[in-house]
Design a protein around this ligand. Structure first.
Ligand SMILES: Cc1ncc(COP(=O)(O)O)c(C=O)c1O
Length: 394
């Protein structure tokens, strides 16, 4: 299917050239219909819907199973969450940190999660150690060595993104995670951008805790995410909300149909689980549209755009292609006011794309999804050339 045909399967505003799938995803109309069907069903008979014995527990488990199969997990080690921020807060606020402990992280993390760890550090007396990942990143060993070199006897937590938000890098986290675990350091991975974007196998990653969003690249409706936790660590996790499902002493499945971990995390008072229940439909949409082929095309477009903008600006890409997120790429552009550039792209060219300063760089973060055509990318390159007085590059 062409990009134009794919575009018609989404609800996106046809007036906008949407090059920002990375921020909040975009949901296909068919998946959104499934979501609304769940919502209507809930409102039609709320008591029946939310009664674990009348289907609800089984539907929740169906999503867990479908998602677990997709991300290489055991179903009982995965729980639904409204978003990655929520899931990672839950982990950060559960870890028993104390004065002098160190939380090791990188300078590429998502701002809201930086704040989460600052909050936790301030309360516990732990110290945040932010190590600088060298750029441009060409060698996975440079990443691994930097992180391992920053581990000390006081390091209790390693927190790192699998795909980074400001720089769109795909960090090769496995070796650092393995070394941290060998040293008894808790490994917490922010996988907000990975489900549906790369071939994710959380078991192979091997982290203690891994959170991911289904509402970004997996294209589920907003409010669908997960937390994966190793079985041995599940009892230490304290839900941010204590509700009927909480019963840490229980071994067997309880009244909500799941393990103690699943029920404590997923039973959070009255709420609408429709986004979570629509995850299987999002997975089905991908299966029905030959996703490996579509995402390979998008990855090739993203890489070509990165090389093209680098030729225009003379500024090299931030990392080798193998260490860059396949469908999302940070394009360094000459220093300018990022708010002006973002507004000009939207107002003059109808292009929705994030532009921001990160360290010494002004970055345009391009996302390429199945509904983006070569013409969308041509338009962005032409607009950057005009607005920043750059040579046009073919
Ligand atoms: C790396 C990273 N972590 C976490 C998040 C937060 O995701 P959410 O708002 O769905 O919790 C984002 C959002 O873009 C992100 O890029």
């Amino acid at each position: 299917m062409s990009a134009a045909e794919m575009r018609r399967l989404f609800l996106l505003d046809p007036e906008v050239v949407f090059l920002n799938h990375g921020s909040f995803g975009a949901c296909p109309a068919a998946v959104f219909e499934t979501y609304q069907t769940w919502q209507l069903r809930l409102e039609r008979q709320p008591v029946a819907f939310l009664d674990p014995d009348r289907g609800y527990a089984a539907w929740m488990a169906d999503t867990r199973q479908a998602l677990a199969a997709d991300i290489g997990a055991a179903p009982d080690d995965v729980v639904g969450a409204v978003n990655a921020t929520h899931a990672l807060n839950l982990v950060a606020r559960s870890l028993p940190l104390a004065e002098g402990d160190e939380i090791l992280t990188t300078d590429h993390e998502y701002a809201a999660l930086d704040k989460t760890w600052r909050f936790v550090a301030a309360r516990s007396g732990a110290r945040i150690v932010t190590c600088e990942v060298p750029l441009p990143l060409h060698d996975p060993a440079a990443f691994t060595d930097t992180l391992i070199g920053a581990m000390t006897d006081r390091t209790r937590v390693l927190f790192v993104s699998h795909i980074t938000s400001p720089t769109a890098l795909c960090f090769p986290i496995e070796a650092a995670v393995a070394e941290a675990r060998r040293r008894g350091i808790w490994t917490v991975i922010d996988g907000a951008h990975t489900p549906g974007h790369i071939d994710l196998d959380v078991t192979a990653v091997g982290a203690d805790f891994y959170a991911g969003n289904c509402h970004k690249w997996m294209m589920a409706p907003k409010g669908a995410a997960f937390l994966h936790a190793r079985q041995a660590h599940q009892p230490m996790l304290q839900p941010l909300v204590i509700s009927h499902g909480w019963d840490p002493d229980r071994a067997a499945p309880g009244p909500f149909g799941g393990t103690a971990f699943v029920d404590a995390m997923e039973m959070q008072g009255t709420r609408d689980p429709s986004a979570w229940l629509s995850v299987p439909a999002a997975l089905e949409f991908r299966r029905a549209h030959d996703w490996p082929a579509l995402s390979a095309t998008c990855a090739a477009q993203a890489r070509a755009a990165s090389e093209r903008v680098a030729r225009m600006t003379g500024l090299p890409p931030l990392a080798a292609p193998a260490l860059t997120a396949p469908q999302m790429v940070a394009l360094p552009v000459p220093r300018c006011d990022p708010h002006w550039l973002k507004r000009a792209l939207l107002e003059r060219y109808r292009i929705e794309v994030p532009v921001f300063d990160w360290k010494e760089n002004t970055i345009v973060r391009l996302s390429v999804q199945c509904y983006n055509s070569d013409e969308d990318i041509d338009l962005l390159c032409g607009a950057l050339s005009d607005l920043l007085s750059l040579p046009a590059a073919a």
